[in-house]
Write a protein that binds this ligand. Structure first.
Ligand code: LLP
Length: 421
């Protein structure tokens, strides 16, 4: 459920009609709903309420500081994957003890930054990383809390580019080698091994792969405890999928996911962490665009928008489906037309949808891409020297620009032309 509904035939973000935002900031833009963000965070909190838990929002999904602060004020932790994300989380007011640091390629500088600013734990992904982190911590006279990410070799049954739990993926250490790798970690003076980490992929639409992975983690917890490791925390990753095509998709709900976690690891007397990103931010955001032209092609009509693949790359990158709806609700009885919905970028890959049925639209009409709050603005680029589009946050009847559109000068003045050119 989200807070983008039609009222009197006009699509609103909470209490604000979208055309009002379009008039104020121009199109295209992203718009997020505070109420939806909060609701999704609370769904996870409630789902885990029977267990000692922390929900660490995977901020890669949407890292605008206004979004981070909205969630942090509810008590959310953050899952960060770079020094930049760490700094952003801190800038948004998230205390270090609520930040977990994931990722296969943490540098010494990133480790130092997090150890200086405070960190809940590093999720370590390899032996070389372990050695380096121990060294960095030692040189600072501190101990780094760590979990080790295991690769359970489970098929997440999602798009291959976002599956992370198979042995062919670069993530984690093979579960079969966990015993020796934990022994090595325990022997390193700069590390305090606190638990186990797993994350098998994103946009999972079934619970079964989670179950397979979590049962393996439960088994490993017992094995490692028997080896003398004080396993007291399980980071179970993110990945719960969202319905992109509302008419025919119904992925499992956070409550079912929470019940599964309880079933798999609830008896182990551990603190549970999860790292959801998409489910918190995805359906809390829309991308709103205008039609520039309606172009008649050979046996098809192209709806050319002012948004493009550089603004929302998911359709070109993962062949992802997003519901695209008119901002002015279709008049009942008017027959829909099939459109190829495209952007202005000079690549055929700049296609959002082919043969999509929509109410008849023409120049200046507004459309909204649903489920665009996660992996939308954060993956945008300035390809074709198209400015990054504004982000707007709505709360009840107020809205604010939370990232402004840069001017052409701001963009081009970042280039430096050496005097010898
Ligand atoms: N934890 C770790 C270690 C991750 O790598 C990820 C996502 C998450 C948590 C959050 O997963 P989520 O709950 O959002 O599924 N750009 C792609 C998605 C990439 C996901 C990368 N890792 C997309 O647009 O579909």
């Amino acid at each position: 459920m989200d807070h983008f509904l039609y009222r009197d035939g006009i699509l609103h973000a909470e209490d604000i009609p979208l055309p009002q935002i379009a008039a104020a900031v121009g199109t295209p833009f992203y718009v997020y709903s505070t109420a939806t963000l909060k609701r999704h965070y609370r769904l996870f909190k409630d789902a885990l309420s029977g267990m000692d838990n922390m929900v660490c929002y995977a901020m890669k999904a949407n890292s605008n500081q206004a979004v981070l602060k909205t969630l942090a004020d509810l008590g959310a932790g953050m899952d960060v994957v770079s020094g930049g994300e760490y700094a952003r989380a801190k800038a948004a007011g998230v205390p270090g003890e609520r930040i977990v640091f994931s990722g296969v390629g943490k540098t010494r500088e990133e480790m130092r930054l997090a150890l200086e600013g405070g960190i809940r734990q590093f999720n370590i992904e390899s032996e070389p990383e372990m050695v380096v982190l121990s060294d960095v911590a030692n040189s600072m006279g501190v101990t780094a809390p760590v979990t080790i990410r295991i690769n359970p070799d489970v098929d997440a049954r999602t798009h291959e580019k976002i599956a992370t739990g198979k042995s062919e993926n670069k993530f984690g250490i093979p579960i079969a080698r966990a015993k020796e790798v934990y022994a090595m970690a325990a022997s390193l003076p700069g590390l305090d091994v606190v638990g186990i980490d797993v994350h098998i992929g994103s946009q999972l639409v079934e619970l079964e792969p989670f179950e397979q992975a979590y049962l393996k983690v439960a088994e490993l917890t017992k094995l490692l405890r028997a080896e003398g490791h004080n396993i007291r925390r399980l980071d179970l990753g993110g990945g719960l999928g969202i319905p992109y095509a509302r008419s025919n998709e119904a992925p499992p709900l956070p409550t079912d996911y929470g019940a599964l976690i309880q079933k798999c690891v609830g008896h182990l007397d551990v603190e549970v962490e999860i790292e959801p990103g998409r489910l918190i931010a995805g359906n809390a955001g829309l991308l709103v665009a205008s039609v520039i032209y309606l172009k008649e092609g050979e046996g098809r009509n192209f709806l050319i928008l002012d948004a493009a693949m550089n603004d929302l790359i998911r359709p070109s990158m993962y062949a992802a489906y997003h519901d695209i709806v008119p901002v002015v609700e279709a008049t009942p009885g008017v027959e829909q037309q099939p459109y190829d919905i495209v952007g202005p970028v000079c690549e055929s890959g700049d296609t959002f949808a082919k043969g999509r049925d929509l109410t008849p639209l023409g120049p200046n009409d507004l459309v909204a891409f649903r489920s665009a709050g996660a992996y939308g603005a954060v993956m945008a680029s300035e390809y074709n020297t198209r400015p990054l589009i504004p982000e707007v946050l709505v709360k009840d009847d107020q809205f604010a620009v939370i990232r402004a559109r840069p001017t052409f000068d701001e963009m081009i003045n970042r280039d430096i032309v050496p005097e010898w050119v």
